[in-house]
Design a protein around this ligand. Structure first.
Ligand SMILES: Cc1ncc(C[n+]2csc(CCOP(=O)(O)OP(=O)(O)O)c2C)c(N)n1
Ligand SMILES: [Mg+2]
Length: 356
């Protein structure tokens, strides 16, 4: 492949299955997760919770290097929002993104392999925890840059609108993004151009160890209101409350009503990042953590379907994740000789002489 060849040409060194831009995951085309019944939503809550618990174990044993930002405690937000989406919609995720991508339908086996840096991973093991993406599911990517999903979702919504589609784009972000300029720019543009975007603030009370109460002047919904964007505060520990609020905002956006904004009040039960286990930090009291654990979204969702049915689904998920781990661990690490592959869109390669 000669440098500078026009985009769209097939590189001579193309990897099989990599001819479609964004078709990052080898294997069959995945389907968006169906979350249309309380049972399916409960199963997904359990899948995310158990996936994260298993991933924590793999961090401890050194199989996953670099650590993760566990989503445990916040599952109702991802499941409630994704339950309100259609197959053609899109989402931009965060550094704490496993719940978002699983709720959208990413195969847990592929995600676990991705976390472990294996070729069978959703991004061939090259992205890791903070970069899981699959454009076939409308997953525009997790993102290690606080607030950076917002402009990506706004751009996707603008492109879809221009293309005549009625798709909606969701931007997930934390309370830590509320003071990022790029979020405010994104809110402004989405409001000015009446773009079909749902901004979802997962307010878990802390940005790393910084309490939102000492960092955020005004309020989350107040920021949206300043741009004329309808905003609602939602109990982020209640899947059905999140779903109802998201459905309303998604329907309005899809019908030309412009962007919406949800502030989901939630809590992470684990540390900010797995590194926190090695640190002696005292920014939350055990009483505060215990009080939020009382509001765990899983028992509430299990109550709606009955204990027997919930236990059966728990067993199903446990078996699925055991198989996922087997798949992930059997998958090899990528060949270091191919480290520079996939850095550019199809048709582009590093400049001759570039050090990669
Ligand atoms: C632009 C930017 N600034 C700082 C960081 C370092 N950082 C990583 S996570 C984080 C806190 C994010 O808090 P929040 O947005 O509330 O999400 P949470 O971790 O609570 O889910 C920070 C400051 C970063 N990744 N990107
Ligand atoms: Mg936070």
């Amino acid at each position: 492949m000669t440098p500078g060849a026009p985009a769209g040409t097939t590189p001579a060194d193309a990897v099989p299955g990599d001819t479609v831009p964004g078709d990052t995951a080898p294997g069959p085309s995945p389907a968006v997760a169906a979350l249309d019944t309380p049972e399916r939503r409960y199963r997904m809550l359990r899948l995310i919770r158990s996936f994260e618990e298993r991933a924590l174990g793999l961090v401890t044993s050194g199989v996953i290097t670099g650590g993760i930002h566990p989503y445990i405690g916040q599952e109702a937000v991802a499941v409630g929002v994704c339950a309100a989406l259609g197959a053609g919609d899109r989402l931009a995720s965060t550094h704490r993104g496993h719940g978002h991508v699983l709720a959208r339908g990413l195969d847990p086996a592929r995600l676990l392999a991705e976390l472990a840096g294996r070729v069978g991973g959703s991004n061939r093991g090259r992205g890791g925890s903070m970069h899981a993406a699959d454009l076939r599911l409308g997953i525009l990517g997790a993102n290690g840059i606080v607030g950076a999903g917002a402009p990506i979702a706004v751009g996707a919504a603008w492109a879809d609108l221009r293309a005549g589609s009625d798709a909606v784009a969701v931007a997930f972000f934390g309370d830590g993004a509320l003071n990022q300029g790029v979020l405010l720019e994104s809110l402004n543009l989405a409001a000015m151009w009446r773009l079909p975007v749902l901004f979802v603030c997962e307010n878990n009370g802390y940005a790393t160890t910084l309490p939102a109460g000492t960092a955020v002047a005004g309020s989350a919904v107040g920021r949206a209101a300043a741009f004329g964007i309808p905003a609602a505060e939602v109990d982020g520990m209640d899947t059905e409350a999140v779903r109802a609020a998201a459905e309303e905002a998604v329907a309005r956006a899809r019908n030309g009503g412009g962007p919406g904004f949800l502030e989901c009040r939630t809590y992470r039960f684990e540390g900010h990042h797995t590194m926190e286990r090695l640190m002696k930090l005292h920014y939350r009291t055990p009483e505060e953590v215990a009080a939020w654990r009382e509001r765990d979204p899983l028992p509430r969702a299990a109550g709606a379907i009955g204990a027997g049915r919930a236990a059966a689904l728990d067993a199903e998920v446990a078996a699925e994740l055991a198989a996922a781990e087997e798949f992930a661990l059997a998958s090899p690490h990528p060949d270091p000789a191919g480290a520079a592959d996939h850095l550019y869109a199809s048709g582009l390669r590093p400049r001759a002489g570039a050090v990669v």
